[in-house]
Design a protein around this ligand. Structure first.
Ligand code: ATP
Ligand code: SF4
Ligand code: MG
Length: 319
């Protein structure tokens, strides 16, 4: 088919003393080739766990219980780590990690970090590698003098540009950005988004863009997956999600986006807390917070159903 990535029935749990945290619990979605798929949901909904499952960089206590992640037709969960590292990681699939992850090594100059990424995958001369690096820094609007600096000598926005340059160094086919602009101030955030948008247009890679801020996706994604407590509750084309949201959670997320024209109105989050993922509620995981909860919601888990060829929702109201 025309998907570059196809996730089916993925269950990624974390083993803890108290039991398994069901962080990603039967998640399926696809990334059509050349498209941008946004994944949105509150903190703790499992966004980074999905990303780390795809890039195979899960914490040690994580266990993939079920499911498959097909990339270009092959299940990457079954590919040997050595081969994945040599042929796929950074080269075909790359990762722009959540800023808090601090992937830049503090003891290496920027130049050396970038060279190392290239030499791990490509058998080319240093001069050729430097040419790639210089082009890449230009593409993210960084001055070349950052090459001889250490990460601590750069601003947050500059560091994030280096991380983006690293992710795109080997011209990957799929780029996974995990909250690439969170923790940056609004102006820098807009600059970084513009760079990502420009690069996407020029190179036409496919992309997964993770954010807790649904509003961000309006300008960048083709499709949106809404995640709640480890489950997909709704997904569809971006305009379907924004114009006709069907799940109560999606509707509340959209209402919590501040309206710039009514700046004075106070922004409220969604009342209540996400559930405990060790013992999640039976039935619909959203029912403790749902304004429309019915008896059936406590007992029976709503399944994802089509309401258009591209729009899916899991809610007992929409059957
Ligand atoms: P955020 O927006 O805060 O980045 P997220 O949607 O990326 O959140 P995840 O980081 O995927 O969420 O976490 C999903 C759930 O798994 C959360 O309940 C989190 O507490 C839990 N979790 C994450 N890492 C671990 C771990 N190593 N061990 C146990 N539980 C974990
Ligand atoms: Fe609300 Fe029930 Fe729909 Fe869950 S299934 S979102 S509780 S109405
Ligand atoms: Mg995260």
């Amino acid at each position: 088919d025309s998907s570059i990535l196809s996730i089916k029935g993925l269950k990624t749990y974390y083993k803890t003393k108290e039991g398994y945290v069901k962080a990603v619990d039967d998640v399926s979605f696809q990334v059509p080739k050349g498209s941008v798929v946004g994944i949105a949901g509150e903190s703790g909904s499992g966004k980074s766990t999905i990303v780390q499952s795809i890039f195979k960089v899960l914490p040690r206590n994580a266990e993939i219980k079920e499911g498959s992640i097909e990339f270009e037709g092959k299940d990457i969960l079954k590919i040997d780590e050595k081969i994945f590292n040599k042929e796929i990681r950074w080269k075909k699939i790359s990762w722009i990690p959540q800023v808090s992850m601090d992937v830049l090594d503090p003891v290496y100059k920027i130049k050396d970090q970038l060279l190392e990424t290239i030499f791990a995958h490509e058998d080319i001369s240093k001069a050729e590698a430097m040419e790639i690096i210089v082009n890449q820094l230009r593409a993210v609007n960084l001055p070349l003098d950052v090459l001889d600096r250490y990460p601590y000598e750069l601003s947050g926005g500059q560091k994030q540009r280096v991380v983006i340059a690293t992710a795109l160094l080997l011209n990957p086919e799929l780029v996974i950005a995990d909250e690439p602009t969170t923790a940056l101030d609004v102006i820098v955030q807009a600059q970084i988004l513009n760079i990502i948008r420009k690069l996407k247009e020029e190179r036409n890679f496919s992309m997964i863009f993770v954010t807790h801020d649904l509003a961000l996706l309006a300008g960048i994604s083709d499709y949106i997956v809404i995640l709640y407590a480890g489950k997909v509750v709704e997904m569809g084309k971006t305009e379907e999600i924004f114009k006709s949201p069907m799940h109560p959670y999606t509707q509340l997320l959209l209402k919590s986006i501040p309206d710039v024209r009514k700046r004075k109105e106070r922004l409220h989050g969604i009342p209540g807390e996400p559930p405990d993922l060790i013992n999640p509620p039976q039935g619909c995981r959203f029912y403790p917070r749902c304004p429309f909860a019915m008896d059936i919601c406590k007992k029976e888990e709503p399944q994802l159903v089509n309401i258009s060829p591209t729009h899916y929702v899991a809610c007992h109201l929409r059957k």
